[in-house]
Write a protein that binds this ligand. Structure first.
Ligand code: TXA
Ligand code: MG
Length: 323
């Protein structure tokens, strides 16, 4: 299949309206969309990504008013969160309408709904006839794509159309809050931080990471995620120096350690979030074998960065001077 790369949201939407898959930019990461009410089109997403069929998709809407097309019920907490954070980097899990095909929710009675704030995404979604089911536009298990070239690298030839935009400004996937349970539960951290959520929903619970043998709260929790080919080593501060033969890289807020073959010192946590997945990708392309990553402070978007780092590392925090 040839993948058409376009800058025109309306043209991209016309492919989607004809049962095809379309990758599109959002402020969090790029998504791979299909018509949420067309099960055959949605099946193409799972095929292109190699995504397990029991991992549900988030449905994207052009405006908050469209939520009712996919959700059966919008409770008080959900209304408050929609009012404050839609459009934006927040996904709400709500009771699903029966009309939404099972393939989208992977058989769950709930549905994740998000309304992106990205202007190109909004224009694209407005031209789509129905809400758009879309996971991140990467091959399953790889870091989420934050620029169109990475989407093309992973999915070129496997999808009908790629709507090109600027690199994503946030760089990490949306925060997910399950509003179908009481109290509401935070399933994934993101740019909408737990501190911000608690101001409006003081009783929100934080879902703990899935432990072996335990049923996952969000199906996505059971899959290894965000993994570059290089080994990830998490540190609280830079090691004193790196062995140059390790082809090691550094990313963090602190100055890079001596001996790093490649490094990226971020000005602040927003920049760290924005560049992290792209850095993983370039490290892989350049044959870096080990990436030392600084764990940022556990506040604001720092929690989301830590979450992605821990997942990329395979859940292990290593001693900072261990090489
Ligand atoms: O920022 C984002 O959320 C991006 C952009 C494209 O919107 N999308 C994204 O989708 O990250 P994906 O599929 O890579 O991650 C969606 C996560 C998965 O972990 C999935 O298990 C969870 O959302 N999820 C979806 N529907 C759910 C539901 N009904 N209940 C619980 N978890 C759900
Ligand atoms: Mg994903």
């Amino acid at each position: 299949m040839q993948t058409l790369v376009t800058d025109r949201p309306e043209e991209a939407a016309s492919w989607l309206n004809r049962s095809e898959t379309v990758a599109f930019p959002t402020e969090t990461v790029y998504g791979l969309g299909a018509d949420a009410f067309n099960p055959d089109a949605v099946a193409k997403i799972f095929k292109a990504k190699g995504r397990p069929s029991d991992n549900p998709l988030i449905v994207h809407v052009a405006t908050p008013e469209q939520i009712g097309e996919v959700a059966a019920e919008i409770g008080e907490t959900a209304k408050i969160l929609v009012e404050r954070f839609f459009p934006g980097p927040l996904t709400l899990v709500l009771k699903k309408r029966a009309a939404v095909p099972e393939i989208v929710s992977a058989g769950l009675p709930t549905i994740g709904v998000r309304c992106p704030s990205h202007p190109i995404a909004s224009e694209f979604l407005r031209h789509c006839k129905h809400p758009v089911a879309a996971p991140s536009a990467n091959v399953s298990g790889r870091p989420s794509p934050t620029d169109w070239k990475t989407v093309y690298h992973d999915l070129g030839g496997k999808i009908a159309c790629l709507l090109r935009g600027e690199p994503s400004t946030i760089g990490l996937e949306s925060t997910i809050v399950d509003c179908s349970v009481n109290p509401p539960r935070l399933l994934r951290t993101g740019a909408v931080s737990i501190e911000l959520l608690r101001e409006l929903v003081p009783d929100i619970e934080i879902a703990t990471a899935c432990k072996p043998g335990e049923a996952p709260k969000s199906p996505g929790q059971k899959y290894r995620h965000y993994s570059p080919e290089a080994e990830i080593i998490l540190v609280e501060s830079p090691p004193s120096n790196l062995q140059t033969d390790l082809h090691a890289a550094w990313i963090g807020l602190a100055a890079p350690p001596a001996g790093a073959a490649k490094s990226l010192q971020c000005r602040d946590m927003d920049e760290y979030a924005r560049v992290l997945f792209g850095f993983f990708r370039t490290c892989d392309a350049e044959g870096i074998r080990t990436i030392y990553c600084e764990l940022p402070p556990e506040k604001g978007i720092g929690r989301a960065i830590r979450d992605r780092l821990v997942k990329a590392a395979g859940e292990e925090v290593k001693n900072s001077d261990k090489q």
